[in-house]
Design a protein around this ligand. Structure first.
Ligand code: ZN
Length: 213
């Protein structure tokens, strides 16, 4: 994992290799660096407003109707502004997406990751937090007046953010805690999947990847 290159390619390179990024859904990606490059290049396309050429939805369904081979699992927040298929500029069948408030690796998420890694062979898992995350800010505040199920979620996040100097640092630490939890999963370890953290900037659209915590 330490060999992963987390730096985004520059736009000139991106334009040159753009056609190479149009992965066919029936091609299996087993290299986590290749998978990460797809995400980095996709985010660079998104930030620069040069999305990949797209099939129609009907054509994409025809291509993917008999199976899926996603190259990455993305755990991110349920916030309506944080849609990974959009900010990574990916198509149907490309990424296996899990979302909830505060991008928490709860038992249902861990079970879904076991499926994506164990059965579908996804080589890369990325936990993506984001700036101004309402779940993290609420957890950081320590308020206790939310509805019961929501309070339970926030109490779990609170443990990861309470010692941070501010909510934005708390967001990053919460991502790292979820990364650690996923790394400890037996299926993830057995399959040798790579797990890294990242954060999405609501103002710029940029995703920054973090190998360590
Ligand atoms: Zn959020």
């Amino acid at each position: 994992m330490s060999k992963l290159n987390l730096h985004a390619p520059d736009v000139a390179v991106l334009r040159f290799v753009n056609d190479l990024n149009l992965r066919a859904p029936d091609v299996t990606v087993t290299d986590s660096q290749v998978a990460l490059n797809y995400l980095k290049e996709g985010n660079l396309r998104f930030v620069n407003d040069i999305p990949m050429p797209r099939n129609t939805n009907k054509a994409d369904m025809e291509i993917t109707k008999n199976g899926q081979k996603p190259f990455a699992v993305i755990l991110t927040c349920a916030d309506s502004r944080v849609s990974p298929e959009i900010y990574f500029d990916q198509k149907m069948g490309d990424i296996f997406v899990l979302r909830n408030a505060g991008n928490v690796a709860d038992p249902s998420v861990i079970g879904s990751i076991e499926f994506a890694v164990g059965a579908l062979g996804a080589p890369l898992i990325v936990v993506v937090g984001h700036s101004k995350c309402g779940a993290v800010y609420s957890a950081y505040s320590g308020k206790k007046d939310f509805w019961p199920a929501l309070q339970n979620v926030l109490d779990g996040i609170r443990e990861n953010v309470k010692d941070s100097p501010n909510a934005e640092q708390g967001m990053l630490h919460n991502v790292c805690c979820q990364v650690d939890k996923i790394k400890a999963n037996a299926v993830v370890m057995e399959k040798g999947a790579t797990v890294i953290g990242a954060d999405y900037d609501l103002e710029t659209g940029e995703v920054r990847f973090h190998e360590g915590c």
